[in-house]
Design a protein around this ligand. Sequence first.
Ligand SMILES: [Zn+2]
Length: 323
Amino acid sequence: MSRPSKKQQVIANIIKNVHSKTWKCLIDGCEKNAINSHMLQENGILDNVSVDGHLIELKPTDPFSWKKNMPPFEMKRIGKRKAFSLPIFCNNHDSSIFKEVETHPIDLESYQVQLLLSYRVVCAEIRKKLVNIEQFSRILNAETLRGDAGLDSIRISKDGNELGVKDLDRIKKIFEEELQDATSRFTFKVYKYPFLDIYGSAVFSPIENLITNPRQVEPLNDVFIHVIPYSNNTNIIVGYCNEYVNDWIKEYVNSWEGLDETEFEKQLTRLFVGHIENWGLSPDLLQEIKQENLDKLKKYTVLNANNHSPYQKIDFNLFEYDE
Ligand SMILES: [Zn+2]
């Protein structure tokens, strides 16, 4: 390892400062500071998968030290307390809004529960993007980085994140209206599969032509998906807003039905490798994953960091094991 350059030090400092920044609660008009909110409950869901209080999650690698062959994510061992969490809401809102998904038993078939899980991950995604925007803005404004060749791509990423926040804010409002007064504006399906030591909760937008058209005009269509290790099953909750949906999404929701074990594992691999970052697994399961499949995962993410296509070709099975 060579000594970090001045530029790397400046960027590392910015990232560190942004990560220790205090954020306001994401509920409109709330001025309280956000606490660390879990996207899935710690006691009752995450602890079905943790080993000695630890989980494995994909964490973004420092985006500005991205070398040509460095994957945008690395697998990190992380304490259950800190796992799958972000500063999203204040203590008040975090406990009052999500009571129904924080107590036992959780009824995963309940529309309200499905709305709450999806609403929370939409808010998490907004916060993630706001953190990125803050980082990018500070980098773009840093005196010592002025004129750096890497700044153009930062500017593009910042624009992309700002557009993303706008789209997510629109869907956040629809969730808030629906949580107040449910009128079936969303469709969710639940599928139960044999237990695997994995979890996830995410929103993603399949985009066919992002590269040719980064400033899309139409609002994005979103898929909400939750992979929940609960009551001896891996439960898949997947759905969409009926006002922002297309044929691919409808088919995708149905494609989780009736899979055999191998098909299920491949479908999960496509989800985790191609569509979402918000997922994790147990340290034990990581031990069982074949090195060649971990290499495939890395290689794929290196080449496809900005690929949001619904038609990605991912044909390996991350979870296959030797008999
Ligand atoms: Zn609040």
